[in-house]
Design a protein around this ligand. Structure first.
Ligand code: MN
Length: 423
């Protein structure tokens, strides 16, 4: 077992019950405060450890860290140091924060300067994202969408169980938590309308996804095998891939979604390392038909991570509208990465690979309003009595993820986005 994952470890930093950030997690992010430029941080309890401070005051000595590695707007250079170093940093933090380690605990000045309360910080997008790929790897989601738009008898297209279907998304519009989006406008055309019209989308939707952040860079022509894939995965985030369903329905044939998707995606602030998720591995589904050899894999590469979506109207309490789980994936991240590079496509540190909407088998576990409202034929009643088929102006959508087992909870925190009216 990885020592930092030992469920019996306790920290001298107070960690509230049900916190997403116990000493066994130690996820990485980038934050700023009123007096600090953006720097790298690690979450524990309700605090952020200022990694620049620790590195400059000797607490990380001997790990081969360049000066200034954390004093940067993005984590890409840190991730590029490679897993032996990034994992050693997590182990060192785990030691420094242990209840019986006095080194930082009993140095009042360092402790006060190195630990920043989360309420005093603003979280940013943690990596410089060169490329963003969105998969379509939940069978229930693909089945639901295929049933709605085509035919329940032939819901999955013939390629779906032979390769992890994906498209290339837009990296420039990936935003951090608490940054609002503006309702997009575009062309739409209903089936009974003679010509398209233009205006704000009437079917703004979320997509409940997780995404992994790439660790190693590869050159063009190289392939990543399923066996090596996890060496290229730094960690995971929760990902809200905003969608405009009416724009999508009119534009998506034959090259797939474009303006229905590229206006925004919201990313959760903390990258939970794949090492911290190790205790939550589960087996994937039996894949039938048998996949081609380059997509075969050994071991467990699915993860049991609970996922939730809340809708919060402007002046009402939030309602949880979906409870899903990251394990509801037909294709796992190793298969996705092997497929993505099998043609020699290169990847770069910080690239984002999203799972696609993750829907479970029960209707309350569907990962989009498209499915929860079954294409607008059903509505969900909010706590203030108002109804939703899609997302209204001034609504906030909040997604969270957490893995939980034997009293250990490894969480991702939240990604929250408010919708503002079209300009
Ligand atoms: Mn998506």
């Amino acid at each position: 077992m990885i020592k930092a994952n030992d469920p019996t470890l306790k920290s001298w930093v107070e960690v509230p019950k049900n916190s997403d950030f116990p000493i066994q997690n130690l996820p990485y992010g980038v934050f700023k405060t009123d007096y600090l430029e953006p720097v790298a941080g690690v979450a524990i309890g309700e605090y952020i450890i200022d990694m620049v401070y620790l590195n400059e005051h000797g607490y990380l000595d001997g790990l081969g860290l360049p000066i200034g590695i954390f004093n940067q707007r993005y984590l890409n250079d840190f991730i590029s140091l490679g897993k032996p170093i990034t994992n050693a940093v997590r182990e060192r933090l785990s030691e420094l924060l242990r209840h019986d380690n006095s080194q930082l605990r009993d140095n009042k000045k360092d402790r006060e300067l190195a630990l920043i309360h989360m309420d005093d910080a603003k979280m940013l997008v943690p990596v410089r994202i060169g490329d963003y790929t969105d998969f379509y790897s939940s069978e229930q989601h693909a089945y639901n969408v295929g049933s709605m738009f085509r035919d329940p008898e032939n819901a999955l297209l013939p390629n779906w169980k032979h390769l992890p279907v994906a498209y290339h998304g837009r990296a420039s519009s990936i935003i951090p938590t608490k940054v609002p989006i503006i309702r997009p406008k575009g062309q739409t055309k209903g089936p009974d309308e003679a010509a398209p019209s233009f205006g704000p989308t009437k079917r703004l939707d979320f997509e409940l996804e997780m995404a992994f952040i790439a660790a190693g860079k590869t050159e063009m022509g190289e392939n990543i095998t399923t066996a090596d894939a996890e060496d290229h995965i730094f960690g995971f985030v929760v990902f809200n891939d905003w969608s405009a369903r009416d724009i999508q329905a009119w534009e998506y044939v034959p090259l797939g979604p474009f303006l229905a998707k590229n206006f925004a995606s919201s990313i959760s602030p903390w990258i939970v390392t794949i090492e911290a998720l190790d205790p939550f591995r589960v087996a994937g589904p039996q894949q039938d038909p048998k996949v081609l050899p380059y997509l075969e894999y050994e071991g467990n590469h699915h993860f049991d991570v609970n996922l939730e979506v809340d809708i919060k109207p402007e002046n009402a309490d939030a309602l949880t509208v979906s409870r899903s789980n990251f394990q509801h994936m037909y294709w796992n991240p190793c298969q996705q990465l092997a497929h993505h590079t099998v043609n020699g496509c290169n990847i770069n540190v910080g690239d984002v690979f999203a799972s696609g909407t993750i829907s479970g088998s029960s209707p309350d576990s569907y990962g989009s309003m498209l499915e929860l409202s079954w294409m607008g034929t059903k509505s969900i009643t909010m706590k203030d009595g108002s109804e939703r088929k899609f997302i209204n102006d001034q609504d906030s959508v909040i997604m969270r993820g957490f893995a939980e087992k034997d009293g250990l909870r490894i969480g991702f925190g939240e990604v929250e986005t408010k919708v503002l009216p079209s300009l």
